[in-house]
Design a protein around this ligand. Structure first.
Ligand code: SF4
Length: 261
C-alpha cells in the first residue's frame, strides 16, 4: 500500500493550532444568553475568574431603549457594540432578537438566563475557576430591579461575582455584595460629567476613555488613575479610583466628548 510522507512543517503547524484551539476551548462557554471566551480581554484576565458576558443590542437598535443615558452621554455612536465580532451582521441580528425577547417574552427570557448562569457556574466548577458575569456587555439595564422567583439575579446567584460598567450614576447597588459597578465618564454634556461625584459617593469607580495611552494622567478629577486595560476584572480594583481605558474601534474617531483628549 502506498503511504504519503507527512511534511514535518505541516505537522508542527497542525499541533500548534490544536494547542491554541484547546486553550480557547478551555475557556469557551456559549449559551443563548451569555458567552465566555470570545473576548480576548476577559480570557487574558482569567487567571482565577472566567467572565461570561451578555451582549444585547444597545440604545434603541432593537426598538427598545436599553441605555437610558446614552443620548446625554453621547456614547451610542462610539459604543463597543460594533467592535470585535459585533461587526458581523449575523451577530447584530442575534443581539437585536435577544433584546426583543427580553422585552416581549420576559418570563421565558429570565428563565433561560438563570438556566444559562447555572450551567456556567457548573462549567466553572469543573475547571476550578471562579464565575464572573457581566449582564450589560452592550446595554445599561438596572438588573437590580428585575425579579425571578421573587429575587433578583444577584440574590439568586450569591456565588457569582457580577460586574458592569454603567452610565446611570444613581443606581442603588451599593448594598449588593456580589455586584460591582464602574460609572462611565463623558464630557459630551457637562451636567452629566458632574455626576462623577454622585457615582463615587455611590461606591462606584469612574471609567474614563482616553484617546491614546500616552495622554493618560496620574490623576484625573483629583482622583488617582489606574490602568483598566490590563484586565477586565473591575471588581478587583481599589475603591475611589479613576479607571483609564484607551479608545478602540469607532471610539477612536469620537468627537462628542465621550473620549477625552
Ligand atoms: S450606555 Fe454603554 S452600551 Fe449603551 S450605548 Fe452607551 S456605551 Fe453603548
Amino acid at each position: 500500500m502506498h503511504k504519503t510522507k507527512e511534511c514535518p512543517l505541516i505537522r508542527t503547524l497542525q499541533s500548534h493550532s490544536i494547542n491554541i484551539e484547546s486553550q480557547l476551548m478551555k475557556y469557551t462557554y456559549s449559551s443563548s444568553t451569555i458567552n465566555a471566551g470570545s473576548n480576548a480581554k476577559t480570557v487574558k484576565g482569567d487567571k482565577e475568574y472566567v467572565t461570561a458576558v451578555m451582549y444585547l443590542a444597545p440604545f434603541t437598535l432593537s426598538g427598545f431603549n436599553v441605555c437610558a443615558m446614552a443620548e446625554t452621554a453621547k456614547c451610542h455612536e462610539p459604543c463597543l457594540n460594533l467592535s470585535g465580532r459585533g461587526k458581523f451582521t449575523s451577530i447584530q441580528n442575534a443581539r437585536i432578537a435577544k433584546t426583543q425577547r427580553f422585552f416581549k417574552q420576559r418570563k421565558q427570557f429570565m428563565e433561560d438566563l438563570h438556566k444559562d448562569i447555572q450551567r456556567f457556574v457548573n462549567w466553572c466548577k469543573k475547571r476550578d475557576v471562579k464565575p464572573a458575569v457581566r449582564l450589560n456587555g452592550t446595554s445599561d439595564i438596572r438588573w437590580e430591579a428585575f425579579k425571578h422567583n421573587d429575587k433578583n439575579v444577584f440574590e439568586n446567584f450569591p456565588e457569582v461575582q457580577f460586574y458592569d460598567y454603567t452610565k446611570i450614576s444613581n443606581r442603588k447597588t451599593k448594598d449588593i455584595k456580589n455586584y460591582h459597578l464602574t460609572w462611565s465618564y463623558s464630557e459630551a454634556d457637562m451636567k452629566y460629567a458632574a455626576k462623577y461625584k454622585e457615582a463615587l459617593s455611590q461606591g462606584m469607580n469612574v471609567a474614563v476613555v482616553f484617546r491614546s495611552v500616552d495622554i493618560i494622567p496620574k490623576k484625573f478629577l483629583g482622583v488617582t488613575v489606574i490602568d483598566g486595560d490590563k484586565d477586565d476584572l473591575r471588581f478587583l480594583d481599589k475603591k475611589n479610583r479613576v479607571v483609564s481605558l484607551y479608545a478602540k474601534g469607532p471610539a477612536k474617531k469620537d468627537q462628542s466628548g465621550f473620549v477625552i483628549g
